[in-house]
Design a protein around this ligand. Structure first.
Ligand SMILES: Cc1cc2nc3c(=O)[nH]c(=O)nc-3n(C[C@H](O)[C@H](O)[C@H](O)COP(=O)(O)O)c2cc1C
Length: 320
C-alpha cells in the first residue's frame, strides 16, 4: 500500500495492523473470537447463523459493538440462499447495527447489496471462479474474496496464481485471497500476487475463543496437509475435511459414498449442521499451526512474521 492510499483497499488497510481478514467459520466463530480478532488489528468475522437465533445474533452484535466501538472493522457472514429461513430476520439485525462489512456467500443477491449500501455497509462476496467474480462485480459488491485451492470449508479448486491474476486483469477494487494462508510470510505472498488482504480461516479453529471441541483444536495442531481431503459426500459441495475425524466417525475416507439426494441446505441453523459438527473441516494450511492459543497470540505471531518477511523481501530486492 502506498502512503495516503485513497482507494477503498487502502482505507481498509490503514485501519488494520496487518492486512488480514478473518474467514467466518460455521459453528466455530464466536462473538468472543470476533472481538479478539478485531482488537488484535485484523478484520474479525462470524457467520450470522452461529448464534442459535436471530435474538442471540442481536445480543452478540451489540456485545461486539460495545467491545470494539463503532469505528472498528468487523464482518458478519450472511448465507444468501433460499433455504436460509433466517435470512430476512438476520439481515434486519445487521442493518439495525449497521455492521460495517457483510460477507455474502453462495449466491450473489443484488437487492441485498443495495440494502447494505443504503445503510452504509460494505459487501464482500466470496467466489471460486473468475466468472463468479464478474457476476459479483455486476451487482455492485465492494470487495471480492477469491477462494483458491486448499481452503477450509467449501474450498475452491484453482491455484491462487491463476485465480488472483485472472480477477486482477479487470477488478480494481479490494481483493481478498483465501486458502491455506496461515503465516505472515504467506500474507505478504498474497499481497505480492496482487491481493490486498489475506483471508485466514482454519488456523483460528485452534484458538481459545473458537467454539471447537478440545479434540478438534488438538487435531488442527497435530495435522498437516496430508490429513486434509476434499469430499462432496457430506454437504453435496466440495469441501475440505480432516481425514482423522472421518475415521473417528467410523467412516473410511477412501471409500465415501455420496448421497445423491444431498444438496446444500441452510435449514435448522446451518449447512448440514451434523456434517460440520461431527466431521471436522479444515484447509491445507494447518501444518503451520503449532499451538492452541488465544487468537491475539496467534495474530501477534503472524504480525511479527509479516514484519520479518517484509524486511527480508526488502533486503532481497535491494540486493538485485
Ligand atoms: C470449519 C469451517 C467452517 C467454515 N464456515 C464458513 C461459513 O459459514 N461461511 C463462509 O463464508 N465461509 C466459511 N468457511 C470458509 C472460511 O471463511 C475461509 O474461506 C477459509 O477457511 C479460508 O481458508 P483456510 O481455512 O485455508 O484459511 C469455513 C471454513 C472452515 C474451516
Amino acid at each position: 500500500m502506498m502512503a495516503g492510499d485513497s482507494t477503498l483497499a487502502g482505507k481498509l488497510k490503514a485501519k488494520l495492523r496487518i492486512p488480514v481478514f478473518a474467514g467466518p467459520m460455521f459453528i466455530a466463530s464466536t462473538a468472543d473470537l470476533v472481538i479478539a480478532q478485531s482488537k488484535a488489528g485484523i478484520i474479525g468475522s462470524m457467520p450470522a447463523l452461529n448464534p442459535r437465533s436471530t435474538a442471540a445474533l442481536d445480543e452478540d452484535i451489540a456485545r461486539i459493538r460495545e467491545a470494539l466501538g463503532d469505528d472498528a472493522l468487523y464482518a458478519v457472514n450472511l448465507v444468501a440462499h433460499r433455504t436460509n429461513d433466517r435470512l430476512e430476520a438476520d439481515y434486519e439485525i445487521i442493518e439495525k447495527h449497521k455492521v460495517p462489512i457483510v460477507v455474502l456467500a453462495l449466491a450473489a443477491n443484488a437487492d441485498l447489496v443495495k440494502a447494505i449500501h443504503n445503510y452504509g455497509g460494505l459487501v464482500f462476496n466470496d467466489v471460486v471462479k473468475n466468472r463468479h467474480a464478474r457476476k459479483c462485480a455486476e451487482i455492485g459488491v465492494d470487495g471480492i474474496i477469491a477462494v483458491a485451492a486448499g481452503a477450509g470449508g467449501h474450498t475452491g479448486m484453482l491455484s491462487p496464481f491463476a485465480l488472483v491474476s485472472e480477477i486482477r486483469e479487470w477488478w480494481q477494487g479490494p481483493l481478498v485471497l483465501s486458502g491455506c494462508i496461515a503465516t505472515g510470510r504467506q500474507v505478504l505472498a498474497a499481497e505480492a500476487m496482487g491481493a490486498d488482504l489475506a483471508y485466514i480461516g482454519s488456523p483460528f479453529l485452534a484458538s481459545a475463543e473458537a467454539n471447537t471441541q478440545a479434540g478438534f483444536k488438538k487435531m488442527i495442531v497435530e495435522s498437516s496437509s496430508d490429513d486434509v481431503m476434499i469430499s462432496d459426500s457430506f454437504t453435496g459441495v466440495k469441501a475440505s475435511f480432516l481425514r482423522p475425524s472421518i475415521i473417528e466417525n467410523g467412516l473410511d475416507p477412501d471409500n465415501l459414498v455420496r448421497d445423491p439426494n444431498l444438496g446444500i441446505s441452510i435449514k435448522d441453523g446451518g449447512a448440514n449442521a451434523k456434517a460440520w459438527r461431527d466431521i471436522w473441516s479444515a484447509g491445507q494450511g494447518i501444518g503451520a499451526v503449532k499451538r492452541s492459543v488465544p487468537a491475539a497470540a496467534y495474530i501477534d505471531q503472524v504480525a511479527s512474521e509479516y514484519e520479518m518477511a517484509c524486511a527480508d523481501m526488502t533486503e532481497r530486492l535491494a540486493a538485485r
